[in-house]
Design a protein around this ligand. Structure first.
Ligand code: G3P
Ligand code: CA
Length: 284
């Protein structure tokens, strides 16, 4: 069936368009998603927060300030307020080389709107953000996906840094493929992996038991590749994840040399702001 087909497809290589084609257009807007699909992305990556009135909103940050002309936490605003904001002009100012007048005034989007537009023809790689801020997020998300038939159509992967969030999704619907995000930071300034997930904080130290604890509920892991410009995972990390039955989808890879390196190490997918570059590298 379609779900089985999705699992088979996940064994191959996945181009995951990070916030859409967010190197080319303002993240989490129609232009970013449309361009990602036109470039041949296998999955649209969506970060999801909740509005004050309980709508699932596609936005990366907890607050509105960086990517819109609004201010403050997403969760302090109702959807009708969020829909008045301009989520595109910041991109033209920040990235003049990719600026386009059509991006000005781009709207924030709800998950409902995204699913209404693309339906089951597209695969979505949805991240539950800040689950502690929105205890009801998992339930709302899984209910929405089930109501639209997107689990059984093999159209969705759910990812999170929060182990608790993924375990809750797994309890709600064990058919949904899950990816445990990992953040490796050698610096004491950053959050340790233990704070994020309750698992071992260093890739060098990660044990088979740690990977097996993740494999109890998830299909894969999603580690960062670089910290402060330096690689924090290597071929051994990827081999060890594989030998524990876990896929490895690495974020966020925008340079072709790094794409080639990670492909050489047999990663199963990459999150990228430039799906076109990754497609080119795959075809070399
Ligand atoms: O979801 C993978 C990657 O996007 C995690 O980092 O901060 O871009 O959501 P972030
Ligand atoms: Ca993300």
């Amino acid at each position: 069936d379609a779900l089985e087909q999705q699992r088979q497809d996940l064994e191959g290589f996945q181009i995951i368009a990070h916030r859409g084609a967010s190197g080319h257009a303002p993240e989490h807007t129609w232009p970013a998603y449309d361009q990602a699909l036109a470039m041949g992305a296998d999955y649209l990556e969506l970060d999801v927060h909740m509005s004050a009135d309980g709508q699932l909103i596609a936005i990366h940050d907890t607050t509105l300030d960086r990517t819109t002309d609004g201010q403050g936490p997403v969760k302090d605003h109702d959807l009708d307020e969020l829909k008045t904001l301009d989520a595109g002009s910041w991109f033209n100012e920040a990235h003049p080389e990719h600026a386009n007048d059509a991006y000005a005034g781009a709207e924030l989007l709800t998950l409902d709107e995204v699913i209404d537009r693309y339906g089951q023809d597209v695969r979505y790689y949805i991240e539950t953000k800040s689950p502690k801020d929105y205890p009801e997020l998992q339930d709302a998300l899984v209910s929405k996906l089930e109501a639209d038939g997107l689990v059984q159509s093999g159209s969705v992967v759910i990812q999170s840094f929060s182990q608790a969030s993924l375990k809750e999704v797994h309890d709600l619907n064990p058919d949904i493929p899950l990816v445990q995000l990992l953040w490796y930071s050698p610096s004491e300034d950053g959050k340790t992996l233990e704070e994020w997930t309750g698992v071992t904080p260093s890739p060098a130290d990660i044990t088979d038991a740690d990977f097996q604890a993740i494999a109890d509920y998830a299909d894969g892991v999603g580690p960062n590749y670089l910290y402060d410009g330096q690689p924090v995972i290597d071929a051994d990390f990827i081999d060890q994840a594989h030998s524990n039955g876990l896929l490895v989808h690495v974020y966020t890879i925008n340079e072709k040399d790094q794409m080639r390196q990670l492909l050489d190490w047999s990663v199963d997918g990459l999150f990228t702001n430039f799906p076109d570059r990754l497609k080119d590298v795959r075809e070399e």
